[in-house]
Design a protein around this ligand. Sequence first.
Ligand code: AMP
Length: 149
Amino acid sequence: MVSVQSKKLEIPLVEELMIPAEKVAHVQIGNPLDHALLVLVKTGYSAVPVVDKLYKFKGTISKTIILEETLGLEQFELNRLNDMTVNEVVDTSVPCLHRNDTMIDALHKLIDHPFICVMNDEGEFDGIITRRTILKQFSKHYHETLKRV
Ligand code: AMP
């Protein structure tokens, strides 16, 4: 926690709030796209992290990106999914966080993304932090503050 003395506000660190990597559904950069779509459909998530064989963080992949990629001139060409790999459509432009960043750093990045990936100093995937987690923290803080008034 980082303490803001004047207001007695304790700001949690990302490592205290993140969902650890072992509990996060993810795909590997070399996986075929049909496998990635299967993971997304089965988990119900719209996007998941992408890692390489060494578990280095590479970006995210979403249902939208896969569907856009398979849309032909008039119809979806789902047979293309076997011929393509995650590598061809991974979104590498997503922001990321480190364990020692604060909840406020996460908050800023979560304005534009439903979840942000966390990396360690070696660039390995460490987990994710979600909008839901941050909203729960603010809700808790709000109710605790109201009780004191
Ligand atoms: P939430 O704020 O809990 O709705 O999560 C936002 C997004 O984070 C989801 O739509 C997923 O893309 C991602 N996410 C949340 N939990 C997981 C998980 N355990 N594994 C993979 N992705 C997740």
